[in-house]
Ligand binder design. Structure first.
Ligand code: FFI
Ligand code: NDP
Length: 552
């Protein structure tokens, strides 16, 4: 405990500059010619046994899909899966393989079911609760490990976030160190693991308290004490997620031993850009939840800086980089752990204002069904203005709607939904009011190492991304794949928005008249103004009637 508190005192730790030394074999002319026509990366994964954690997650699914599609001759993909929501591990895999995302895979790799091996595992438990036989097979066969599993919740309790993002990473590295055939271990971190800095290099920045001390202390500290020390531990990071991801990186560095390891740091991962088709997304994380909230008219204003960089990165871009890094790490064996930033801001920046505008423009053409109010996107940087809009634009309509529900004998629910939404939005505000700069030397170096064919098949060059097109596809993807809304319902959704507009005008007019009536009853000046307006209108109408009679 003393060591922990000493660490909190913030001894300045020197940031170790990572060496960017790489070992490269000279290439013969024949190999150079071959490189031009075939994908080295795709053929590298053929025949390999690959272990993926977090394969049931957003990124994990896209990673598996791409692997099967581009390297159908791979030997096997082991995935560590736990049963969830009443589904067994096998049922979960079956559901993934039968989803729209995997439609193309089934054409290219018809025996995909045989090549995927779901291993029962819970990363929260000792040895991941993997059976002896399964463990034996994983240790003896695995060639490549992709570690994607994590808790990505911002409000997770520190104990749980440490367990999954730090301890599980440590255990997986220990497992990997016992794999005789291991060629590369790829750890997925986040570009925001050091979001307390504004310029972030492709290096590991140590946290004041050693991960081992944190892991140990989580074993004996009770929840109340953990709650108390959490703000001190996370320091100027906004949540336990970013803090534990930073600790996870330190663990990777410390436990790397002789293994070939690389770390990928994606920024805000969004829907697919191109592959297997544009706009695929299946969870509410990052902007997806807010896009829905805006499209349904629940969220009409947000405390965000319109000019701040929206560092979004499509999930297929992250996956392409991850696979390229896997290949490069295994084949070229860099002498130190390389970190790759997978970000868009420095190469092809888009800002939140532009994003909000395009989201709204898309909802004009393709609205969501049964919206609560018409979509709108006001960005404000001022806390007071933001609170005003929260009261007027969010809470008041929810209260009125609940009143209407009560009147019609139904259970009120909108205020609860709105409070939850506003709480969630407040947790994301940190990320929409700042801009970061990430250096991308290693990522650019890797791009230059790829053959033209690999650059095409495993494209991670975000400079080619057209933001307006991407955001439009993202919004359409949210509607189709996340909300599962039918495009045939668009005319009805537009009709519904027209009705909402009329209700809005009617409501505002009624509100104005009531306010005016109250004012007239209380103020002489208001009465005088009212008398002046009425007499002016009367005179104008009389004049108009008289002049039209004269003309006739
Ligand atoms: C005017 C407006 C205009 C807008 C126009 C639009 C313009 C765009 C502007 C865009 C600005 C974008 C800002 C993005 C910033 C992202 C920065 C990320 C940076 C870091 C990147 C990373 O490296 S980090 C990885 C990403 N990490 C997250 O982004 C986690 C966040 N989030 C949570 O940390 C938890 O979400 C939090 C919040 C605790 C709540 O937690 P919570 O419990 O209150 O609410 P939940 O969302 O969990 O759940 C509520 C109900 O949704 C159900 N549900 C949950 N997930 C589901 C799923 N996948 N599919 C189906 N349903 C799901 C669930 O089952 C609940 O249903 P039920 O109530 O029935 O149980
Ligand atoms: N999404 C984003 O915006 C970003 C993500 N990242 C990183 O990318 C990686 C993948 O993220 P993403 O796919 O979005 O996250 P998801 O939440 O979609 O997926 C998380 C995965 O981890 C698995 N997992 C969680 N807990 C356990 C457990 N106890 N035992 C076994 N498996 C578990 C989940 O399994 P289950 O399905 O059973 O819950 C799921 O497969 C993470 O490391 C994340 O930090 C980095 C930057 C941004």
């Amino acid at each position: 405990m003393r060591a922990l508190l000493k660490g909190l005192g913030g001894e300045k730790i020197q940031v170790k500059q990572q060496l960017r030394l790489t070992y490269k074999e000279p290439l013969s002319e024949a190999i150079k010619d071959k490189r031009k026509t075939m994908s080295m990366i795709a053929s590298f994964y053929n025949g390999k046994s690959i272990l993926i954690t977090g394969a049931t997650g957003f990124m994990g699914k896209v990673l598996m899909e791409k692997l099967f599609r581009t390297s159908p001759d791979l030997k096997v993909i082991y995935i560590l899966v736990r049963p969830k929501a009443g589904q067994t591990t096998q049922q979960r895999v079956f559901q993934i393989l039968n989803s729209k995302l995997f439609e193309k895979v089934k054409e290219v790799c018809p025996n995909v079911h045989e090549k995927i091996r779901a291993v029962y595992a819970d990363l929260n438990q000792n040895d991941f609760a993997i059976s002896k036989e399964d463990m034996q097979e994983l240790l003896s066969c695995t060639n490549i490990v992709f570690h994607c599993a994590a808790t990505v919740r911002f409000d997770d309790h520190l104990r749980h976030a440490v367990q999954l993002n730090v301890t599980a990473t440590q255990q997986l590295l220990l497992m990997a160190s016992q794999m005789p055939k291991l060629e590369a271990f790829i750890h997925i971190s986040t570009a925001f693991s050091n979001c307390n800095l504004t310029h972030i290099d492709e290096v590991i920045y140590p946290c004041p308290v050693e991960p081992k001390q944190i892991i140990d202390s989580m074993e004996w500290l009770d929840d109340a004490i953990i709650d108390e020390i959490t703000p001190k531990l996370i320091g100027d990071r906004p949540n336990t997620y970013t803090y534990t991801k930073a600790l996870g990186e330190m663990v990777v560095q410390q436990e790397s031993g002789n293994m070939n390891i690389a770390i990928i740091r994606p920024s805000i991962v969004g829907a697919t850009w191109q592959e297997p088709f544009p706009g695929w997304v299946d969870n509410l994380n990052g902007p997806s939840g807010l896009i829905i909230a805006a499209g349904k008219g629940f969220l009409r204003s947000i405390r965000a800086t319109p000019m701040a960089v929206a560092d979004l990165i499509p999930v297929d871009t992250v996956v392409n980089l991850t696979l390229a890094v896997g290949w490069y790490t295994a084949v070229h064996r860099p002498k130190s752990t390389l970190i790759y930033h997978c970000t868009s801001g420095n190469l092809n920046p888009c800002n939140w204002g532009k994003m909000g505008f395009q989201v709204l423009a898309t909802f004009e053409k393709v609205p969501l069904e049964r919206a609560f109010r018409r979509p709108n996107a006001d960005f404000t940087t001022n806390t007071i203005t933001s609170q005003y809009w929260n009261a007027v634009s969010h809470r008041a309509p929810a209260i009125i709607y609940d009143f209407y529900l009560r009147l019609t004998g139904r259970k009120p629910r909108m205020t609860k939904v709105m409070n939850r939404l506003l709480r969630n939005v407040s947790m994301l505000e940190y990320f929409v009011n700042r801009s970061w700069e990430w250096s991308t030397h290693n990522t650019e170096m890797l791009m230059s190492e790829l053959s033209p064919e690999d650059q095409r098949v495993f494209n991670f060059d975000v400079r080619q991304l057209n933001w307006l097109e991407y955001i439009e596809n993202y919004v359409l993807g949210v509607k189709k794949y996340l909300l599962k809304e039918d495009m045939a319902g668009i005319p009805e959704a537009k009709q519904h928005l027209k009705r909402l507009r009329n209700i809005h005008y009617l409501f505002n007019t009624a509100l104005f008249l009531i306010a005016w009536r109250l004012l007239i009853a209380r103020s002489q000046m208001a009465r005088n103004v009212w008398f002046f307006i009425v007499s002016f209108c009367y005179k104008f109408l009389s004049y108009f009637r008289a002049s039209s009679t004269l003309k006739v």
